[in-house]
Design a protein around this ligand. Structure first.
Ligand SMILES: [Zn+2]
Length: 410
């Protein structure tokens, strides 16, 4: 093996899904069905968002980006669950729990599924609470136990995490509870088993499909064991054994390691971050200008600009930020982080991540968890940063890039 390929690269956003819930959906009586006084509203077809005028979401393009991800997740969850939900889901979005405490006297991070309302913080997972709301359409009520409910929420949280590999990690650490133990834990409010529940539900769905899962979802509390056996042809404890055997030999398709929960944030207040400049060692098919700016000019030969960055540990980074100036549509510009040795890469459209304009440049902030990297190790990173693709036979966009930085939690 080439020596360099051992210098393993990146494995972004890794993260055990954030299990954030303080109150069960059904236990909480809604007092707010419209915006808090003075709050702004942003509507899409199926989702409505309420947020404070001084929220990070009120900045240029932020609410569009925040909403866009949730609309994508909504469509995906509805498709996966094969349900329709005619209700508009309302999101109350709080910058942090302090704001939530002031307004609703509790932490944000819960769904009121019966009224399709979600109280969320800006940095929560995209899909967890949405799954709670939309899964009620399976048969109009919550499932017989919270392992199914929370497990499904974790499984569909849209974090770039391999939840099965997380189950394997717990098994190896001797920390994987049985399904019945999880039912007991969750009934007493012990939510530490969320990741295990995600791996459990993920296993049931992956191995046995949605129809059997819907059967146990519709079971009664007292007849759950019986219904479970009827659906799967085996007892819960036999399923536990099978699940463990599966996890033991499970080879992950994505790198899954617990890391800083802050990396799950999909939009962070820049004031809460500390940015570190990324140094460019070499420029390929582009040119380096004197003031730390890199220019790409479309020509016939190259379709992209490649910036080779100096190796740096990005394992705790939560955001990639740079400034971009385009002569044409920035919609044609992609960002790719690449594991140089193993050619692992992910394409992120820049367009969705433009947050503001700054003296002729557009500030692009890409959350690290947008990069669904595979099998990368975040230490001692060497990245290729690539921007720009030229449509076939046409002159592509010319653009300048500057101020490339990684954001770390303060
Ligand atoms: Zn939940």
């Amino acid at each position: 093996m080439h020596l360099m390929s051992k210098a393993r690269i990146i494995g972004f956003a890794i993260i055990v899904s954030l299990a954030v819930q303080s109150v069960r959906a059904e236990d909480w009586k809604p007092e707010w069905t419209g915006p808090h006084p003075g709050w702004l509203t942003y509507k899409t077809n199926s989702l409505t968002f309420f947020y404070a005028p001084d929220s990070v979401l009120a900045k240029d393009g932020a609410i569009q980006m925040f909403a866009g991800k949730r609309v994508d997740a909504y469509n995906d969850i509805v498709k996966s669950l094969k349900v329709t939900d005619k209700r508009t889901v309302k999101f109350f979005v709080y910058d942090n729990n302090e704001v939530a405490q002031q307004l609703i006297h509790q932490k944000a991070g819960f769904a009121q599924s019966t009224v399709a309302i979600i109280h969320t913080r800006v940095n929560q997972t995209v899909g967890h609470e949405l799954t709670h709301v939309l899964s009620r359409a399976i048969n109009g009520r919550p499932p017989p136990n919270r392992v199914l409910d929370e497990g499904l929420g974790v499984w569909m949280d849209h974090n770039p995490v391999d939840h099965l590999a997380e189950g394997r990690r717990l098994l190896e650490a001797n920390e994987l509870p049985t399904a019945s133990k999880m039912i007991e834990m969750l009934s007493t409010g012990d939510e530490s088993c969320y990741p295990a529940a995600g791996a459990y539900v993920g296993y049931l769905l992956t191995k046995y499909g949605g129809d059997k899962f819907k059967q146990i979802w519709g079971a009664g509390k007292s007849s759950y064991g019986e219904q479970f056996k009827k659906a799967y042809g085996k007892s819960q404890s036999d399923m536990d054994t099978e699940w463990r055997t599966f996890l033991k030999s499970y080879a992950s398709t994505t790198a899954v390691k617990a890391s800083d929960p802050a990396a799950t944030c999909d939009l962070l207040d820049p004031a809460q971050l500390q940015y570190q400049k990324l140094t460019v060692n070499r420029v390929s098919s582009g040119e380096s200008l004197t003031n730390g700016t890199y220019r790409y000019q479309a020509n016939d030969k190259f379709s992209k600009m490649v910036l080779y960055l100096q190796p740096m540990d990005l394992s705790k980074a939560v955001e990639l930020r740079f400034e971009l100036q385009c002569d044409a549509s920035c919609g044609a510009v992609d960002t790719i982080l690449r594991d140089h040795d193993n050619l692992v890469s992910d394409v992120i459209k820049v367009e969705k991540h433009i947050t503001e304009n700054k003296d002729g440049y557009q500030v692009v902030r890409i959350p690290m968890n947008a990069f669904k990297t595979r099998d990368w190790d975040m230490k001692s990173v060497k990245i290729l940063f690539i921007g720009g693709q030229k449509p076939k036979g046409a002159g592509g966009p010319s653009f300048n890039i500057r101020a490339i930085e990684a954001g770390f939690p303060k």
